[in-house]
Design a protein around this ligand. Structure first.
Ligand code: ATP
Length: 601
């Protein structure tokens, strides 16, 4: 939790800068803002007339000096209608501006996410990233609309009410202007205290939520270890802590409300007593006293609203900072200004003296080196199998080809072009990746295969599915190619998902293929279908396979044995066995029975 708080509340940007940038988002809608502001000023001004009119009615009843009733009624009616119309215009135009700003900010943040490099995502929790685009942006919306409106209306009301109070009765005003701010000050102190406790409640709830999220996402792990009671205990501890914090808040609240209402009554009684005296002395009409009390209420109301606003604006400031921090994040891997498009390649892949280490999340410093002076050249059309113990760096090696990360020294070359010198889009278009676990997006099977090439026709999608040995099982699904998959759709088996991934890659038709073989064995029929599909996919392309199966290494043109980020041996299956080195040992340990994974994960 502490770590997360640190990540979500980075050192604040200079406040002025954030607000100014936020105003930049309002600029396109300044016409609407002007309409809202005018409506707001009119509404608040009309609100100030109300107590005067009510005072006149009281005077009418008590027989004191008053306007004729018809005039009062007309005045009240006009004020009410005016307020209603102003309120309508204000609400509509402010909501429009608020929703527009939120939409623009969310889109900008999402576009930014698509620009950022993989390391950014690895260093943050999914919930934290989505929360910036959802919750934080909503907080900003409240500020630019509701809070801004409350503030402006409050200022108009406060100033207007104070002026009118003095006009109505300067003697009472003197008293009220001492008592009312005292009351508000007490409320502010209590409010701060409450807010601090509320933050604790939120933090405790966030702890409980993270237990919940983890165990929902990892439900299989929980079940397989039989850790349900353990997890329930973990959740109980967190949720009981939330309860304790909430009860503390309840106690403060329970104290706050009666205390405040006592204080309000005391002030009111005080003003009534003195006001009553002034009325009986003939210095004030009863209607003026009533109007005065209304104005005093308005002053207290707007001061109280400011106090509430302060907390909300603080909160929104945090949100603004977090959203702009996301928008300002520079991708560590980006196109060089003079990057050229990579022309269609033959498919020669070369690692030249590559050294690489992942960046650490906390401080941006480099973690231990994963690859040291790693050199390897793969010829066009060659199939290379990477083998080696777990953690040797195989996945890292292949992730440097599409430039998911940048090397610290040395270079990765495709047909002699350094990957850092070409446009990433043109590079990645020519590389196909079939991962161990394929993610299917929500949509139909057809959409999912078409992810490989968005403009492919239905016939091309189907042809790719046939080559990937997927056509048959797709036809057996309830709606064939239109069957929904992904989170809410049908569940596909591991082998079926792999074949969808292969179909995607076939459709993409890249020169260079990266395959991360699944470690879990499929049943032999499924295995045969996947192998056959892979062979069709690999034919004529440069393929780099993180190999876990004997059949793959036997078929490879070259096996490269990687240990601790270095090539220790390379050759064909026969050559390496004959050498009796590292590969022969690995083979003996893990490879004797066909279809066993070579590197345990
Ligand atoms: N995204 C990452 N961030 C930080 N360190 C990483 C990351 N991915 C891998 N590593 C570290 O880099 C080293 C090499 O990992 P890599 O995944 O490349 O090995 P591998 O040979 O593919 O292993 P396996 O066969 O188990 O998948 C490991 O020490 C691992 O902890």
């Amino acid at each position: 939790m502490r770590l997360r708080l640190q990540l979500t509340r980075p050192p604040a940007l200079p406040e002025g800068a954030s607000w100014q940038r936020l105003l930049g988002y309002l600029r396109p809608y300044r016409g609407w803002m002007a309409v809202a502001l005018i409506a707001m000023v009119i509404g608040a001004g009309l609100g100030l007339v109300m107590p005067l009119a009510i005072g006149q009615i009281v005077n009418l009843i008590t027989g004191d000096q008053a306007l004729p009733i018809a005039q009062i009624a007309l005045l009240l009616g006009l004020v009410a209608i005016g307020q209603a119309v102003a309120g309508l215009i204000q609400t509509y135009s402010l909501t429009f501006v608020g929703e527009r700003v939120v939409t623009d900010l969310r889109l900008a943040a999402y576009q930014q996410l698509q620009r950022l490099d993989l390391a950014f995502f690895e260093q943050r929790r999914t919930g934290e990233i989505t929360s910036r685009i959802t919750n934080d942006v909503t907080l900003i919306q409240t500020t630019v609309t509701t809070n801004l409106a409350t503030l402006l209306q409050g200022v108009i009301q406060l100033v207007g009410a104070v002026v009118l109070m003095i006009v109505v009765s300067w003697q009472l005003s003197g008293l009220a202007l001492v008592l009312v701010p005292t009351l508000v000050a007490i409320a502010i102190v209590f409010g701060r205290w409450l807010r601090r406790i509320s933050t604790t409640v939120q933090d405790r709830l966030a702890d409980a939520t993270s237990v919940l999220e983890e165990t929902v996402a990892g439900v299989r792990v929980v079940r397989s270890f039989g850790r349900e009671p353990y997890e329930i205990e973990r959740f109980r501890t967190a949720i009981e802590a939330t309860f304790a914090a909430a009860m503390k808040r309840a106690r403060v609240r329970a104290l706050f409300q009666p205390a405040m209402s006592l204080a309000v009554w005391a002030v009111l009684i005080g003003m009534l007593v003195i006001g009553g005296y002034l009325v009986s002395a003939g210095l004030l009409t009863p209607g003026d006293l009533v109007a005065f009390l209304f104005y005093a209420g308005m002053v207290a109301g707007s001061m109280g609203a400011f106090a509430g606003l302060f907390g909300q604006v603080q909160e929104a400031l945090g949100a603004v900072t977090r959203v702009f921090e996301l928008l300002d994040q520079q991708p560590a891997v980006a196109d060089a200004p003079d990057a050229i498009p990579l022309p269609p390649v033959q498919g020669r892949v070369e690692f030249r003296e590559v050294s690489f280490a992942y960046q650490r999340a906390e401080n941006g410093q480099a973690a231990p080196v994963v690859l040291r002076n790693f050199s390897l050249a793969i010829e066009p059309g060659e199939m290379v199998a990477l083998v080696g113990p777990s953690g040797a760096g195989k996945s890292t090696i292949v992730s440097l080809i599409p430039r998911f990360y940048d090397v610290q020294s040395g270079s990765v070359l495709i047909d002699g072009y350094d990957v850092r010198r070409v446009q990433m889009r043109s590079l990645r278009e020519q590389i196909g990746i079939v991962p161990q676990e394929t993610l299917l997006f929500s949509g139909s099977i057809r959409d999912n295969i078409r992810y490989g090439r968005l403009e492919a026709s239905d016939a091309e999608v189907e042809a790719a599915a046939r080559m990937a040995n997927a056509h048959e099982f797709i036809c057996q699904l309830p709606e064939g190619y239109d069957t929904p998959v992904g989170e809410r759709g049908v569940r596909l088996s591991g082998g079926q998902r792999q074949r969808i991934a292969i179909a995607r890659a076939i459709l993409k038709d890249p020169r260079i293929l990266i395959l991360d073989e699944a470690t879990s064995s499929l049943d032999s029929e499924s295995e045969r279908l996947v192998q056959e599909a892979l062979e069709r996919l690999m034919a004529g392309r440069t393929s780099i396979v993180i190999a876990h199966r004997l059949s793959t290494v036997q078929r490879a043109d070259r096996i490269v044995v990687v240990v601790a980020g270095e090539v220790v041996e390379a050759g064909t299956h026969r050559q390496l066995l004959a050498r009796g080195g590292m590969y022969a040992r690995l083979y003996e340990l893990q490879f004797q029975a066909p279809m066993l994974p070579i590197a345990a994960d």
